[in-house]
Design a protein around this ligand. Sequence first.
Ligand SMILES: *Cc1c(COP(=O)(O)O)cnc(C)c1O
Length: 425
Amino acid sequence: METEIYNKLGVSPRVLQYGEEILKELAPRFKEIDATAEYNQAKVVYGMQKNRVSSACFVPTTGYGHNDVGRDTLEEVYATVFKTEAALVRPQITCGTHALYLALAANLLPGDELLSPVGRPYDTLEEVIGVRPSPCSLMESGVTYREVELLPDGSFDYENIAKALTEKTKLVTIQRSKGYRMRPSYSVEEIGKLIAFIKERKPGVICMVDNCYGEFVERREPSEVGADMIVGSLIKNPGGGLAPAGGYIAGRKDLIERCAYRLTSPGLGLEVGANFGVETQFYQGFFLAPTVVAASVKAAIFAAAAYEKLGFNVLPSSSETRHDIIQSIELKSEKAMVAFCKGIQSAAPVDSFVTPIPYPMAGYDDDVIMAAGAFVQGSSIELSADGPVREPYAIYFQGGLTFAHAKLGVLLSLQKMLEEGLIQL
Ligand SMILES: *Cc1c(COP(=O)(O)O)cnc(C)c1O
């Protein structure tokens, strides 16, 4: 029965069998991931019960959005689950970069200094900060910026971090996930140690964590180990695949209020912002997020194990503990990147008939290839793969709303690689 339907989808019996062999060995890992999902699911249900979520929360609002019970209650749910004093969770926050910009711009004033102790942050933040000059960047308004490179093994350079903390340092930004860099993603525990080190030297400094791709991968969030603000996108983990757009910032009340002033206007802050009828999807997506994230983590481990066994370099390895949902695989050639992406694309529920090809993209020196057949445009909690076409030809693979679907994606990537003579099974 399985063979027949997989055959219809383009997976040969040999590839299917290879997948099953790999999966057998992963059973104990998957059990651990399910246990984390169970714990996080309980946290979310508790957050919803404690804040008395009811059908009144799903009522669409328009105009100013005054007294928007759904919006206000959801912010309390996020605050409960992430163990913070407050949260800002809005469809008006257009993406992760926007949420990060808000958090930074609201809390840094002319003359203040921003420090990144984990090397260069995510690509899109270069213009936000102004290291790539841009109108309305932080640097344009008189904020200065410093970064401390990671040590060659990807760990924190504590000695130079201590030196980089000056009397001007107002805010420290820590990126949890590796983004498009070949460096480790950090555990909540490691982030906690870094924050403790920084606050010991400079108690008043604001520590912010770019939490993109990290939510619900572990049992704790960085806000539980000293982060004053955590920031992310709703078309990644916490939206659970259902949120059609949006971003969040959770943290200390005074800082979140400034973010709200910056998003809407001084004096108005959290009080305005209609929900346009998206609250049901925000709530339901947050409710599903722990299991959707578990599916994505399993998919990443399955891909790692399947390609590791074929001799490819994978980061992280299939046996490492996970701190985000990203898997990178060094595929060694452009041809292999294209074949891999074709496989992922052909597994999609949407746009499965499209053929991905490398393409020049703004902000990148090299052509970029992407595979995504998503219900929500650009949603990377849905199964997707992308990467710049250059040495070492690394593809970044992430997402999967269900493990069964992500499994099909990995199998079809193997199938295309096999058909092109790039692997042998
Ligand atoms: C996705 C991401 C962002 C923000 O990206 P958007 O595409 O603007 O949502 C920032 N930092 C990291 C680490 C990310 O993964």
